[in-house]
Design a protein around this ligand. Structure first.
Ligand SMILES: *Cc1c(COP(=O)(O)O)cnc(C)c1O
Length: 400
């Protein structure tokens, strides 16, 4: 393989590219994690996180990948033999289900075709039918990173309320937090699970649980054993800005910077930027004559777009050729859709021209790999970006 010049285009849906500002903020000498200086850092990030989760309740930070926070949500609230309700939105929902099963939890897994989000009506029907109130938790993946479908969390909350069901509500926002509108308190979510390497623009290695009072109460009587993941110990020591074990100090420096960047841009601006980039990506896919995996327009993800390969063409072969020729990494198909889709990440540190560069690579890659398609996807994306840039409307109209 020839040496490649310039920046690698990392367009997988996480880990996402890390802003230079965050890289510089982490390039610091390690400090004593029991010092007053550390306590200031700890307090700043523990408080700062709350704005992103939209909560006034505790958020705990683990030195782990997102999978650890999945496990923490389960072991702090449930007991083996409990029943939970989950929805098969894709590969990540399937993995979370597996973890629950390993702890002896019975999972009622509402089947799905991997082309849409979780169905609030189906969840409501299951809860209404549960007269004995055996279901202890409803667990949903907000943004299903394997398919590019986003579940409607506010509507699922309404479904739980309409059924008058007391189940806990747990949501995986590992790939949606800080990219898609999310409201832990307003939507009365009991445990929100998240991770550092997607919308938060950090390296992998931090994970989060935002915890409601109801979830905290459940953690005082549930039976699953835990030590490392235990909330009580964590929350008690966090109150002074410290952690019960050595924290990932330099990642916390990065988190402090990322939170400042999100605050400067404004969360609503961040969310609309993601929507704009996603809409432009879908315009390109349509112009290529290819199909987006998520069938429901209302649930198409602002974070990534999964593109279906034409039958008998290998998505993995296409990604390999595109990487070698154009130095761009695209996401692979996972689980049931392995080799059938490729995924374009447009989350976190991403803007119009970065996206257009990536889409150029995707389009040239389609030609290089001999995948049947029409050209003009990048032009369609440009047109979509121009149409959605409110500041440009007047000048485009004037020229026309
Ligand atoms: C990335 C991701 C995970 C897994 O997180 P890790 O950090 O790889 O452990 C879980 N759920 C979703 C929705 C994800 O996008």
């Amino acid at each position: 393989m020839a040496t490649q010049q310039g920046r690698h285009f990392l367009h997988i849906p996480g880990p996402s590219p890390i802003p230079d500002r965050v890289l510089r903020a982490m390039d610091m000498p390690i400090i004593d994690h029991r010092s007053a200086e550390f306590a200031r850092l700890g307090k700043t990030v523990l408080e700062g996180c709350k704005a992103v989760f939209k909560t006034a309740q505790p958020v705990v930070i683990y030195p782990s990948s997102g999978t650890g926070a999945w496990e923490a949500a389960i072991v702090n609230t449930l007991s083996s033999g409990d029943t939970v309700l989950m929805a098969e939105t894709g590969h990540f929902a399937t993995l979370w289900r597996q973890i629950a099963a390993r702890f002896g939890i019975n999972v009622d897994f509402i089947p799905g075709d991997w082309r849409r989000g979780a169905d609030p009506a189906a969840i409501e029907a299951r809860l209404v039918a549960d007269k004995a109130r055996a279901i202890k938790a409803v667990m949903v993946v907000h943004n299903e990173t394997s398919t590019g479908s986003t579940s409607r969390i506010a509507e699922i909350r309404k479904a739980i309320d309409a059924a008058g069901h007391p189940a806990l509500f747990m949501v995986d926002t590992i790939s949606s937090l800080a990219s898609v509108d999310y409201r832990h308190d307003e939507w009365q979510v009991d445990v929100t699970v998240s991770g550092s390497q997607k919308g938060l623009m950090l390296p992998p290695g931090l994970s989060f649980n935002a915890i409601s009072e109801k979830a905290m109460a459940a953690s005082k009587t549930n039976k699953l054993p835990r030590s490392y993941w235990d909330w009580q110990e964590m929350v008690k020591i966090n109150a002074n800005g410290f952690f019960p074990y050595t924290p990932a100090t330099n990642l916390l420096y990065g988190l402090r910077e990322a939170l400042a960047m999100l605050q400067e841009e404004g969360l609503d601006t961040v969310f609309s930027r993601h929507q704009r980039l996603a809409a432009a990506t879908r315009a390109a896919v349509k112009a290529w004559g290819l199909e987006v995996l998520c069938e429901n327009p209302a649930e198409q993800s602002p974070v990534l777009t999964a593109v279906m390969m034409p039958p008998s063409h290998s998505a993995d072969r296409y990604r390999k050729i595109t990487l070698e020729k154009y130095n761009i990494s695209l996401g692979s198909g996972l689980g049931k859709v392995a080799d059938k889709v490729f995924r374009i990440g447009h989350l976190g540190e991403c803007n119009e021209l970065m996206l257009l560069g990536a889409l150029s690579g995707v389009e040239m890659g389609l030609a290089a790999a001999g995948v049947p398609h029409r050209s003009g996807g990048v032009m369609a994306a440009m047109a979509a970006l121009e149409a959605r840039d409110d500041g440009n409307q007047a000048s485009v109209a004037a020229v026309a």
